[in-house]
Design a binder for this molecule. Sequence first.
Ligand code: ADP
Ligand code: MG
Length: 835
Amino acid sequence: MTNKNASFEDFKEDASFTPAMAQYVETKKAHPDTLLFFQMGDFFELFFDDAVQVARALNLTLTRRGKAGGQDIPMCGMPTHASESYINRLLGKGFKVALCVQTETPETKGKAGPLKREVTKVLTPGTALNEQFLHSPQNNFLMVLAPPMRVRNKDGERRDVWGIALVDVSTGDFFLEACEGGLECAQLLTWNPKEILVPFDLLEDERLHLLRTLYKGVLRSLASARFKKIFPSLERAYGPLFPMMLENFSEVEKTAAEALVDYVETTLQEVPFLKKPQALSRENHVSLDCATRKNLEIMTSLSGESAHTLFYAMDATVTGVGKRLLAQRFQALSGEIKILQARQQAVSFWMTHPKLLHVLRAKLADVLDIERPLQRLLMGSASPKDLGALRDALIAFSCVKKVLENEDAWQQLPRGELDTVTLHTDDVLCATLQKLLHELLPRTFELGAVIKEGVDAQLDALREGSGRAKKGVQDLERYYRETLGIPTLKVKTNNMIGFHIEVATRYKAQVPENFLLKQGLAQSSRYTTEELQDIAHQLSHSDEEARVCEQKIFDTLVQRVQQSKNAFMTIAREVALLDVSSSLAHVALEKQYILPVLTQDRVFEVQGGRHPVVENALLLQGKTFEANDCGMGHHNFFWLMTGPNMAGKSTYMRQNALMIILAHVGAPVPATDATIGLVDALFSRVGASDDLARGHSTFMVEMLETAAILHQATPNSFVILDEVGRGTSTHDGLAIAGACVSYLIQHIGCRTFFSTHYLELTEKEGLLTGLECHTLKVETWENQLVFLHSVHKGKAKRSYGLEVARLAGLPDTVLQEASRTLEKLEYDKGPNPPA
Ligand code: ADP
Ligand code: MG
């Protein structure tokens, strides 16, 4: 393009546009934060900045259409019929899209001016319902952050409380959190929402820095007036159940929830179906801050993938509902021992019935998803395929029921959280759907492809009428061919002129007078006759009636399912519970994990513990993981870990942290025996990680994170500090590390793993009650360091820094000089400790 591109902002008040462009400008002004897809005949077109963005995002050609103030108006477009996949890709990139379609055709058009156009649909990543966009079974969350409210806490201090609401419109999952203190502590923040709405006034706020860095591109603002203290949208969504559904939530949570539901309602023009909101409070959940989650690679690895994570290693679910429930349990760790034990008991049930487990998993796999097709049905955008999916889920669930009900064990044993599973099915509905619907169903309504033959007398009669008319067309064709002696004569139909008789030009002389010419082409001519018109009319009439009739039967079925929504929700819930518990049992049996004994006592005892992710990776390479024990109790709650680099300190500390997380999921752990005392919070930090994007150096990050832990940890917390205090000079690093150790032991007293290279710290053993030194075994063999990866009581005598450097391949000359210097330093017993 030679000219400068015209920008919308500069020209939106310009009066010199063509009528169609003026219509575009007005529509775009009403939808400023969306990409406006403007229908022009068979195309959707985008203009101005929208066109530039879309062309770049989708790699489309950018052209121009007309001018504004002498500058080119950038334009890009795509055929309407192909737009869906483009739109899904844009949603995937965080964009919001508005479809402005023609609501009249040139034939129906009234007065002068451009065709009437209207925005009929707004699509956003967080409210999307369509199957193509939601290809992953994982939750698709929309998040709203309400402005903080000042409240007095129980110690009388005034504090800011943030309200966060998170919803998956496609499943109805709904979570609320009131978060005191910094947003870093918010649990819901890390749930990977696809769209986030924050009050306009806070968009640039310093306190939202973390949110902006975590979720660049999906943050949008919501007018501050949308955050209210009245809750009409919630009342509409829940009806008479509203007070009960929200009784235990604070004002700030309800405000966030209201803004969220209001947004969904305005976007979709439909009240969403929502489950009862779940509260994520610190009282009954283990708090894990953002740094800990990131560091322990629970849902996402440090490189941003979902593989090589704890969740990935533990997830063997076979249904969409199961996968989502399991993920939610990993994201909201329960702190209630009763709940966890009930979950464990369910897992244990399957572990003791492996044959039944095997059969169940095969049957469950046929259920696929229930919530998403149901939600589309409830929101009035159901496809025949969705109805078919629900029918198939019902059939599969009946099979599950049969399998379980015929099993004595299922009838007798206590099964923990599975005790609530009723296996109730709606056999009548299932039979009706089976009887009426075709086996395979299309994504959009197609005449004759939805309702079976022989199930509805009226529909059959209409279809017969249509069949007769079709046969009439064939008969007429044959009759014309024979009587006119034109063997190639054909009766055809198309969208432009409907039914017609096509005769090749060379037979033109044989065409009788009652044939009316409709269209003359080079090779042939197209005619119609009264007889043909009659039959065509009959055909379109009976087809139309058949369509109405088939659609009506379909709609009745949809309504019937809508009435049974609670039954479907219950089935979905039961399938999820069965899937989660049985898949965890499957993993446990396959990988030899066990269910830990849970206690409120401040202990952590493990035999044969392994790191689930590292073990899997080593297994793939044909190697074995060295299992390690841990016996942490009241007298030795603080473990000071020393040992050379690469010895396995970090792996060991993390594997123990991961077992604590698994205990709080109610899941089995990679060990041969374990007793795990529950925690109220888990903190994990690794030294030496720069966050230059935030403008903090290594050392500053370390200190900020350590400060957060020292302020927040309680005696019931679990802390892992991995080589903290290295980013500064040896002396003050050692001093700070030493002071942190004393503080954690004397002022907090929480269970802690603390790894360090400051071997001096091991001298605190015996001086500080609770501190015990542990080290990782290494041997030197023919001048080479051999890592045994086994943990035992004691202190590392040396750092083996040079040996590790040799392993890494530092040049010999460097190693020789380093070795001489080290000898001298150690001889002098200089002030510097070994690095
Ligand atoms: P450190 O923190 O002491 O420097 P790491 O924990 O990072 O050491 O371990 C270094 C490497 O050693 C890991 O990447 C892993 O491959 C291997 N490793 C650690 N622990 C074990 C173990 N218990 N069994 C087998 N390999 C291990
Ligand atoms: Mg390490």
